[in-house]
Design a protein around this ligand. Structure first.
Ligand code: PLP
Length: 466
């Protein structure tokens, strides 16, 4: 009889050539430059454990990006696998429409209500971050329709924001190159300026910069009319846009303006949630905001299973849960809303974060990581090292004083990431940027190894540019 272990052993014996052929012929990779994809081949990541991932050639790397900002508790957590397997064999799936439910979905909703800011007690499940943002906008529109304010439709987002790639989430996203030759729902979204202290106008203090951004919001509301605006959506720290740091007090002031105009404040905590900044939620603990809605995904299940969630205030829930009339139902949701296996993974993930005091580790090691990364500032291409705790970014420039960028063709971010990978560390290149967003279990010794690798990687990358 074939045992589970036999099956696992067989599945470990990958044939990289065979897989590469199947991959390149049939797998359309997301966010991929196909002009170089076929020549470069792809790295097949086959195994993972703790802070490490291993490729099909047996090379082991320190994971400096937590998969994709998501494997917060680290790789290879057998107890999450066991919780998922137990749930999958006991009851892998059943509908949650109408009055049907399942144990992990109910337990997780209650746990999220306990962890979230006090007024956020209601959970709408989805399958990831884009879907959470998309579902949120539909719920917000429905909410205002139910209140008899059907013109409140527009969502204020920001340039360089990243909110995902479903149609509406892509429209909320403000990274221009992300939507090249794609269509967007421009009648529903207005993008304000990004909040980016590093690239604020010359000679303007951080406090003045904050004033200007808040004034822009007020002017925009004046121009469009508060009656036409439903919500403002913001990442506490803009992630994929380049770990952009807002000036001190920005979020709380933006929220105050929104509140004064009956505009909902949506915090997209898909990256910042579940420990990355040292707390389960950054909105209240770090940025002193009380959002009407917080969206989460990624670290919610540490990437062990696809899952997203919209956390809604009591006030919103009261309206959403009131039927439109006899027989009225809240007609939105997914086949996989509250999927039992994903929710079981999330529950075990949260148990680990709490048991191992992972948020405390981030609060302790995060500032050390930040300070050690800053010792690299002498490298010729490094213009800025920024971010907070386990969400950091290095911006490469041609000129440190003018902050002028290197030509795109120099592919400086790729060069640094390549040199780091050659030395056993995976970090993420995004254009001229290099992002470091590790699993939340790095300790000081790992930070020292990582910074030593990056030091050598920047030296090699700079030499290769000459
Ligand atoms: N929101 C933010 C802030 C993100 O960083 C991301 C993904 O990186 C998303 C939403 C989209 O999440 P997903 O890729 O799970 O759809």
């Amino acid at each position: 009889m074939t045992t589970l272990n036999d099956t696992l052993e067989q599945s470990r014996a990958y044939d990289p050539q065979d897989l590469w052929r199947k991959d390149k012929d049939h797998f359309i990779h997301p966010f991929t430059d196909f002009s170089v994809f076929h020549d470069q081949g792809c790295d097949l990541i086959t195994d993972s454990e703790g802070i490490y991932v291993t490729d099909s050639h047996g090379n082991r790397f320190i994971d400096g990006i937590a998969g994709l900002w998501c494997v917060n508790v680290g790789h290879g957590r057998a107890e999450i696998g066991a919780a998922m397997a137990e749930q999958a064999t006991r009851m892998a799936y059943f509908s949650t429409f109408n009055n049907l439910s399942n144990a992990p979905a109910a337990e997780l909703a209650a746990k999220l209500a306990e962890l979230a800011p006090a007024h956020l007690n209601h959970v709408f499940y989805s399958c990831g971050g884009s879907a959470a943002n998309d579902a949120t906008v539909r719920l917000v529109h429905y909410y205002f329709n139910r209140l008899g304010k059907p013109t409140k439709k527009r969502i204020l987002s920001r340039k360089n924001a990243y909110h995902g790639t479903t149609y509406l989430a892509a429209s909320l996203t403000g990274i221009e190159s992300n939507n090249w030759d794609f269509d967007t729902l421009d009648h529903l979204v207005t993008h304000l300026s990004e909040a980016n202290c590093y690239r604020r106008p010359e000679g303007v203090s951080e406090a003045e910069y904050c004033d200007r951004l808040v004034e822009e919001l007020e002017e925009t509301i004046g121009r469009l009319g508060a009656d036409n605006i439903a919500a403002f959506i913001a990442e506490p720290i803009m992630g994929a846009g380049g770990v952009l740091m807002a000036p001190k007090g920005y979020h709380a002031r933006m929220q105050a303006v929104c509140r004064a105009h009956d505009i909902l404040y949506i915090a997209d905590e898909v990256v910042t949630g579940f420990g990355r900044l040292g707390h389960f939620f950054a909105s209240d603990a770090v940025f002193d905001t009380q959002p009407d809605i917080i969206n989460v995904a990624k670290g919610l299940s540490s990437g062990y299973a696809p899952l997203g969630a919209t956390l809604l205030s009591d006030e919103l829930y009261e309206v959403l849960s009131t039927p439109q009339g006899p027989g009225g139902v809240l007609s939105t949701g997914f086949t996989y809303s509250g999927h039992p296996v994903s929710c079981a993974a999330a529950l075990k993930n949260i148990e680990i974060i709490e048991r191992e005091a992972i948020c405390a580790n981030v609060r302790e090691v995060g500032p050390y990581l930040e300070s050690q990364l800053k010792t690299l500032a002498h490298h010729a291409t490094i213009g800025d090292i920024r971010g907070s705790h386990f969400m950091l970014c290095i911006e490469n420039v041609a000129d440190k004083t003018t902050r002028e960028l290197l030509p795109v063709e120099a592919r400086v971010g790729d060069r640094v990431a390549f040199e780091a990978q050659q030395r056993g560390l995976i970090i993420r290149p995004v254009g001229h940027l290099n992002i470091v967003s590790p699993p939340l279990i790095w300790d000081r010794a790992v930070v020292d190894r990582v910074v030593a690798i990056l030091d050598r990687a920047f030296t090699a990358a700079t030499a290769s540019l000459e």
